[in-house]
Design a binder for this molecule. Sequence first.
Ligand code: FMN
Length: 244
Amino acid sequence: MHVLILHASPKKKGGASRFFAGLFSLFLPGTRKKTVSINSRQDFQRALELFPGMDVVCFFVPLYVDGLPSHVMEFLSQAEKYCKNHSCRFRLYAVSNNGFVEGKQNRPALHMLQAWCERAGITWGGGIGIGGGVMLRVLGTVYPILIGIILLQMAVSFFSTGIVPSGLWRSFAIQIFTWLFLNSGVLFCMARLSSAIRREQVLTDQFTRVMIPSFLFIPIANIFMILSSLFQGRFLFALLKREK
Ligand SMILES: Cc1cc2nc3c(=O)[nH]c(=O)nc-3n(C[C@H](O)[C@H](O)[C@H](O)COP(=O)(O)O)c2cc1C
């Protein structure tokens, strides 16, 4: 099975859509996958030329103003003509993520992609809406660092004293468990999406979110946004030199 993973954030580096696309490719072992970014017009033709050979196209998009980003609309308009002229036969699945915590806010974006499928003569396979996409993306950077620090402490302790204190094992287990828990909704939905793709089934749209209660999400997101604007949108990303 040939699967094309398209991530469509306008961000050139990093970004939540790219993060989810990378995560989802882990759920597709044994398939022939290709991952392509369409963050600007220059990428459109290269992505379109891959369409005819694909059984599945999986679209990873950010929610912009309760809809799809404008460059994605432009891409879809070109893709509609391309698909009609080249008799593309793939099934389209989509994963949309947003900044607010409710995954259901992605419903209009998924509907727009479904409507595009009807116009372009493509089979709609269903999709996932993920709330708190930015937070999950940031946690995807923070947790590996935390876990790396604990592993370093464990290594130092082992080589200096010959034992690893049980407290370090406990911290290690807590960090892994917490990270998995926060991502559990996304991991579960991605497993369902992967199963639908393999069985060539239509997935009823799934909505999930970062597993943090809203009363905690809102103050954490506010603090992040205040710090982010103080550092001109580059807080944490500047620190980690991962994203513009
Ligand atoms: C121009 C713009 C519009 C946005 N509109 C919404 C919105 O309507 N609802 C929402 O929940 N998040 C909105 N967001 C937040 C993004 O959906 C969120 O940051 C997403 O994770 C970005 O994904 P990316 O990093 O792949 O670009 C918007 C962000 C931008 C830059």
